[in-house]
Design a protein around this ligand. Sequence first.
Ligand code: SIN
Length: 309
Amino acid sequence: MSLTKLNPSAGTPAVQTALMRDAKDDPVYKTIFVTPSSPVIGAEISGIDLSEPLSKQDFQEVHEALMQHQVIFFRDQALNLEQHKSFGRMFGELHVHPAAPSPEGHPEILMIHADEKSKRVAGNGWHTDVSCDAEPPMGSILHLHTTPASGGDTMFSSMYAAYETLSESMQNFLEGLTAEHGSEHVYRGRYGHTQNLRDGDYPCNIHPIIRTHPVTGRKGLYVNSGFTRRIIELSETESSSLLAHLFEHIRTPEFQVRFKWEDNSVAFWDNRCVQHHAVWDYYPSVRSGHRVTIKGDRPFLAGSEKLKS
Ligand code: SIN
């Protein structure tokens, strides 16, 4: 995978150079077909049925594709809730959302639904899932069974690309910083209750601004406009202007892929290195499905002596 063939006059040369990757270590797939959506992020996977238990080889290849492309897409997967959960469980224990209601008997399922009565939709802004948790989810698997005739895309942005395109001075500065990720400002308005909160309170935790991916070892930017409230080590004004700059940076089109859903498509994204934004441009049409979310671990920055926690 390489961007060396990109027209050098397109975009900012420094950004293009930072995004170039060496194809020599790319995995070879034997049982699935992997079609990259862009050189930076995203791939469509075919030749696999997610409603059946995966063979060891299939599982390893799907996992490799996720590590390489950060978000992977599947078509024509008519999954019921049990099949959806079984696929998720191959990658780890399932996460239960701290505030969202779930279908009877399926606490690990998050319902994604919009129609003509909706006043808001989930995920309509750049974020990584539940980063307010002490151990935020490693990944999320969304299956939509009903999609609008047009619109309703999800945009994904690579946080590796966001980190790698920052200047070395900015990278070094950010590597010494941590940020608070809260949830009350998101969940109170959306779910309107406290009695159903998973742990009796709105989660709020501090994470490093740059995190090391525990599998790939790559560094990524880990602040998002959904949950990140302030940078702990800076004054309020310094924190809000730096966060505004970083939130703008992650919107860079070269870091992104935009997924066009069809009925029974699946998107599987790695929350440790990807942000996403669900575009609500299809009102009053129906867009509906389910998400399972896989537990993750505490974000860390490998080898950093600058961070106290
Ligand atoms: C989400 O999980 O944030 C929603 C994504 C979507 O509906 O596309």
